[in-house]
Design a protein around this ligand. Structure first.
Ligand SMILES: Nc1ncnc2c1ncn2[C@@H]1O[C@H](COP(=O)(O)OP(=O)(O)OP(=O)(O)O)[C@@H](O)[C@H]1O
Ligand SMILES: [Mg+2]
Length: 210
């Protein structure tokens, strides 16, 4: 059975889809067999994948969608066939999220560096905890060196979840590549390459130590 990662955060626009697709490509480039599942009716990850398919002959990632309660069966199938299954979820934290949380080994909670994002984290952490699933906060759209980044990071550290050592910085390349059905690792080499590789390694190490 492969590992299942759910990306969840009640706050809209926190970077769930960006994190999900960049990890998917990151794990694929690290030699893993990867499936991405979109459970968000907005279908952003699905649009990303369709755009990717148009540009690519052979898909390197499997893609699937499922509605809330269809997730359980679909994830099982994908995890049987792949090393890593990444589930992108809608911006809400309610009982619809439960099947994805229940099916996952690790819950990643992106926090775009703002207090608003941080305030929204607690509901997902509570739901993950209720399913006894470990959660890891990932700082996104991070502006290193700012007082805000330091303040949000220190408040995040007080929460009942591990905080990823590698934050995703605020970089145009993430927004740009997403719209092209690609990921930052597929753009010309820049600081985002190292960032995504280190984040993939950290998530991998976390999965191995569960
Ligand atoms: N690290 C980043 N650097 C720059 N822009 C980013 C970063 N992460 C996300 N964005 C941008 O922020 C916006 C929201 O990101 P994204 O769609 O990934 O969030 P989301 O949590 O999936 O949103 P929703 O809640 O609507 O599903 C997008 O325009 C995306 O390109
Ligand atoms: Mg999204």
């Amino acid at each position: 059975m492969g590992h299942v990662i759910t990306v969840a955060q009640q706050k809209g626009g926190s970077g769930k889809t960006t994190l999900a697709v960049n990890l998917a490509v990151g794990f694929a480039k690290a030699g893993k067999s990867v499936a991405l599942m979109d459970t968000d009716p907005q279908g952003s990850a699905g649009r990303w994948f369709m755009t990717r398919m148009e540009a690519m002959d052979t898909p390197d990632i499997e893609f699937s969608t499922a509605s809330a309660w269809g997730v359980t069966y679909e994830v099982r199938k994908l995890a049987d066939a792949h090393d890593i299954v990444i589930i992108d979820t809608p911006p809400k934290a309610d009982s619809d999220l439960r099947p994805a949380l229940r099916a996952s080994d690790l819950v990643l909670v992106p926090v775009a560096t703002s207090h608003l994002d941080l305030w929204a984290v607690e509901t997902v952490l509570y739901l993950a905890d209720r399913e006894r699933k470990p959660a890891m906060i990932v700082m996104t759209r991070n502006r290193a060196g700012t007082r805000l980044a330091a303040d949000v990071a220190s408040k995040a550290a007080e929460l009942e979840a591990q905080v990823a050592q590698v934050p995703m910085a605020n970089r145009v390349v993430y927004a740009e590549t997403l719209g092209q059905g690609r990921a930052a690792l597929e753009a010309p080499k820049g600081p985002a390459h190292d960032e995504v590789k280190r984040l993939v390694a950290e998530v991998q190490a976390t999965l191995e130590n569960l």
